[in-house]
Design a binder for this molecule. Structure first.
Ligand code: ADP
Ligand code: MG
Ligand code: MG
Length: 910
């Protein structure tokens, strides 16, 4: 078995795994694979070798012992490195020092262990002192080795070592370890060795070979460390991949003033601007730059101090971008004026940067348009639609040390509020218009009202499928969960994190987009949806996608926003929303509870002008594009006061009557009682056991044809008027909740009669379509019959899902559905991501049947699923003409539709 590959054997590794780069990364880990790869393309990388992830897994399997032959292979690889460098491991006159670094297939920054400067002991140090003429460097490197080795490999705590350093800094009145003198460092080395003995009961191993073997074993073990395990759970990385171990010649950024170490991104990871971004330190090693206890310099400073090194670094950054065709995150070290690269990987970036980098790289010719479209996640687009923390405000908070912790980013957006530890308090504050952040160890169904009242939610426990995460996503609340460093004490009413105690009522800010939690009030801003790079990317998406994107909009201003976001039609206008306007509701109630025909017609006439005005506004905004108007759908009781409220109001009035001051007041109360009880009797008549399955949808239109007539009249009067103004009106009239073709036949008759009458009166002809929603399984199964009457169908996937599953959504999402999701009975919430197997199959049947009867039938979907990327992929596959979603989801749907088209084109035929 080959357990070890030197950096110049990357071709061999590639051949051994069958040529795929992904498999090379699997075998060598991302860090090791890229080190070999950089070496192969001529980037200066200190020589070294990689021990495979297989060796790590084998080590774990053998209960922490090295597989056969591993030690021999390490030894011969080490000889190879000695030849390449001309140095010798353990040789006092010309010593080779190495680092021992972890590196798994997927990057797990800081989650596993690394030891630097392996190979030093007293003799080697003495030899180096003779050789280098830089005593400071030698002792500094030695003390770092002992410190790292003791803590990482031998399991000592960090504090005793930090205490020693602090004591010396104190004595010399300096703030920075690099300012300590040789004398101090010498003493520190001795004190560190003493610490090792004291805290581990063993001596620091003097034999370099022992050091290396022990370090390799420690890196293997760190794969199963708690930090690494937690990270994998959170990031969904499998636990059986194992880590590679990279043993690499040390280069020294702490070797005097012309030495430095740093990290850089090939582009700005926050904004995406195409400039090198990074930080470095002169006279430093390894983690000093990220450790944050020394003030780093911006990378441009390197250009002032070492122009040729900086120039070379820029060239390498560019070459690496060209090679990996993505933005790179690099570690580098300059040793006495010579530049070395120590790591490169695809850089993490913000949503804004992801969009800009994809577009820029496409325009630079580095990637294709399709690649650019596939690189941006629909969630990245979502970012542009939610409030975010202002970059400056976030930066200042970090500088102030107000960033408390990072948890799981389960629901995007920024939220600011006073922290409340129980849902009732959260609700009370929200009722008083105070913004609240609800903080709980974890949430339960009893907490939902508090979650809804809060601006955002944070929990100390729980994962991506916890109750808090699911509910927050559902209701679009920013949320961060599983902040394990955070301790919430519900009896003390405090939250302790990073050594700080936060009291109930203190301000917290949380970022559900990246999981950060801050103390204090950060400023928020709504990102610019007109971002030029996003606009361009979405334009490309429109060229590629095959499914159109429409929007659900009830009011002209919604339609305007939708059109601005790129919607190509209105897929659903819910007419009844217009009924809830305060000045209209009483007319609607009169219409519903009317006892005589005349009374009812009078009320309907009162509604007509309002509806006409709404429709006219919609048609104007959507000039030249289709507008689907759905006739009234909900059960009528939704427009009436609730029976329970009326009953308790009546009880109150009956008490008041006893204390009436005079006859006049008494009469007034009696009148009110009369009116309320009359209303209650009417409401009683509308009460149903299962209103969802009751008198609603098309059934209403059938029992109350005058209502249908009024709505149709309003639509056509508006259409005629607007079209006389030269506007291209394309109304489509949609009947809800059809289950039997006979319902449709009946409604169509009424509708055509009324439409004809209006067009005659106005002397205008309007081209319109008549169609229905498919939201009842029976309608899906008989879609061929339905298509005889319907020129278009639109899937109402919310009701269709409710009826297919026999689940009442509102009840279930606050109840058993959350359990079903957290215990894995259902993998996804079917109201969020369409159920392919059930609902999807019904849709497919309906489409096939409908097309058999009317091949050119227009078919779309208008449920919330229309804005959800995975559902959009299914709708694309089914060949729907459009998805219609909330205006805010339109940009996301445009990208998701393009990605669906690209993915299916890429798939092999059949
Ligand atoms: P991490 O995955 O935590 O970044 P690394 O293995 O990359 O761990 O190493 C930690 C730090 O040590 C990095 O700054 C890296 O550049 C530095 N380092 C690792 N190996 C060497 C080496 N051979 N010479 C100089 N610096 C090194
Ligand atoms: Mg690193
Ligand atoms: Mg419906």
């Amino acid at each position: 078995m080959k357990w070890v590959y030197t950096f110049d054997e990357v071709d061999k590794a590639e051949a051994d795994v069958g040529g795929s780069w992904d498999a090379v990364r699997g075998l060598l880990g991302g860090k090791g694979a890229n080190l070999g790869d950089m070496h192969r393309i001529g980037v200066p990388v200190p020589p070294g070798f990689t021990i495979t992830t297989k060796a790590c897994n084998e080590y774990i399997k053998l209960e922490e012992s090295f597989p056969n032959d591993l030690v021999d292979q390490v030894e011969s690889a080490l000889r190879h490195v000695e030849e390449a460098t001309g140095k010798k491991f353990g040789d006092a006159n010309n010593p080779l020092l190495v680092s021992c670094r972890s590196g798994a297939k997927f990057s797990m920054p800081g989650m596993m262990d690394t030891v630097l400067n392996i190979g030093m002991n007293d003799q080697v140090a003495a030899g180096m002192l003779d050789h280098f003429d830089d005593d400071h460097f030698v002792y500094d490197s030695y003390r770092r080795l002992i410190q790292m080795f003791a803590t990482v490999v031998m399991g000592a705590r960090e504090e005793p070592f930090e205490d020693v350093l602090a004591e010396h800094r104190e004595r010399r009145k300096v703030t920075d370890d690099s300012e300590l003198g040789v004398e101090d460092l010498h003493q520190i080395v001795d004190q560190f060795k003493e610490n090792v003995r004291k805290y581990t009961g063993r001596d620091f191993p003097a034999d370099p070979n022992d050091q290396l073997r022990m370090a390799i074993a420690a890196v293997f073990r760190s794969w199963n460390g708690k930090r690494a395990n937690d990270y994998r759970n959170a990031a969904n990385i499998p636990h059986d991949l194992g880590t590679g171990v990279n043993v690499q010649t040390m280069v020294f950024g702490n070797m005097g003033g012309d030495s430095a170490t740093g990290v850089a991104m090939s582009r700005n990871a926050t904004t995406g601007e195409p400039n090198l971004e990074g930080d470095f330190l002169f006279h430093a090693q390894g983690e000093d730059v990220v450790a944050g206890n020394r003030r780093t310099d911006r990378i441009e400073m390197l250009g002032d101090k070492m122009p040729s090194v900086f120039g070379q670094f820029r060239e390498i950054a560019k070459a690496l971008e060209d090679h990996y065709r993505d933005m790179q995150d690099m570690e580098f070290t300059v040793e006495q004026g010579k530049l070395w690269l120590l790591q490169t990987r695809d850089g993490k970036r913000t949503a804004q940067a992801a969009v800009r980098i994809a577009v820029d790289m496409c325009e630079e010719g580095l990637i294709t348009r399709n690649e650019a479209l596939m690189r941006v996640q629909p969630d990245h687009v979502d970012f542009f639609l939610h409030p975010q923390f202002a970059a400056e405000s976030r930066h200042e908070a970090v500088q102030r040390g107000d960033m408390l912790a990072t948890g799981l980013n389960v629901s995007p957006g920024a939220a600011v509020g006073r922290v409340a530890f129980d849902p009732d308090l959260a609700q009370r504050w929200a009722d008083e218009d105070k913004p609240v952040i609800l903080a709980r160890p974890e949430t339960k169904p009893d907490d939902v009202h508090g979650m809804l009242a809060a601006e955002g939610v944070v929990t100390s426990r729980g994962g991506r499928t916890s109750h808090a995460a699911l509910v927050a996503r559902q209701f679009g609340k920013p949320a961060v969960v599983g902040v394990s460093e955070m301790h919430i004490d519900l009896s003390d009413r405090t939250l302790t994190v990073a050594g700080r105690v936060i009291h109930e009522g203190d301000w917290l800010s949380l970022d559900g987009t990246n999981g950060q939690v801050f103390h204090g009030r950060l400023e928020t801003e709504v990102p610019d949806i007109d971002d030029p790079w996003l606009t361009k990317l979405l334009g490309w998406a429109d060229d590629v996608r095959e499914i159109d994107v429409w929007a659900n909009a009830d009011y002209p201003q919604d339609a305007e926003r939708a059109r601005g976001y790129g919607a190509r039609g209105i897929g659903l206008c819910r007419t009844e929303h217009m009924f809830f306007e305060p000045e209209r509701l009483p007319i609607v109630q009169r219409m519903i509870t009317a006892e005589t025909r005349a009374e009812r017609e009078d009320a309907l006439e009162g509604l007509l002008p309002h509806q006409r005005e709404d429709f006219a506004g919609l048609f104007r905004v959507m000039d030249g594009l289709p507008v689907i108007i759905r006739l009234i759908d909900p059960p009528l009781h939704e427009f009436l006061p609730s029976w329970e409220d009326l009953t308790s109001e009546l009880a109150d009035l009956k008490i008041q009557i006893r204390s009436a001051a005079n006859l006049e007041e008494m009469n007034r109360i009696l009148e009110a009682i009369d009116e309320k009880s009359h209303m209650r009797t009417r409401v009683e008549a509308f009460r149903e056991q299962n209103p969802m399955l009751g008198l609603r949808g098309v059934r209403l239109g059938i029992l109350r044809p005058t209502l249908t007539r009024m709505q149709v009249r309003a639509i056509f009067e508006a259409a005629c008027a607007v079209s006389l103004d030269g506007i291209d009106v394309q109304p489509e009239i949609m009947i809800p909740l059809t289950s039997h073709v006979a319902e449709l036949a009946r409604q169509r008759e009424v509708l055509e009669e009324e439409a004809e009458a209006v067009m005659q009166e106005q002397g205008v002809t309007i081209n319109y379509k008549f169609g229905t929603m498919i939201e009842v399984p029976r309608a899906a199964l008989t879609a061929d019959q339905i298509a005889e009457y319907a020129e278009f169908i639109s899937f109402g996937t919310n009701d269709l899902t409710q009826m297919t599953y026999a689940i009442s959504r509102d009840d279930a999402e606050r109840g058993f559905l959350v359990d079903y999701l957290s215990n894995g009975i259902l993998e996804d919430n079917p109201f969020f991501t369409i159920d392919r197997d059930g609902v999807g199959q019904l849709m497919e049947i309906a489409l096939t049947k409908a097309k058999s009867a009317r091949p050119d039938i227009e078919a779309g979907i208008c449920g919330e699923h229309g804005g959800e990327p995975r559902s959009i992929a299914l709708f694309h596959e089914l060949g729907l003409d459009y998805v219609s979603c909330s205006p805010f989801r339109v940009p996301i749907a445009r990208l998701a539709a393009a990605q669906a088209a690209i993915s299916t084109k890429g798939a092999p035929a059949g």
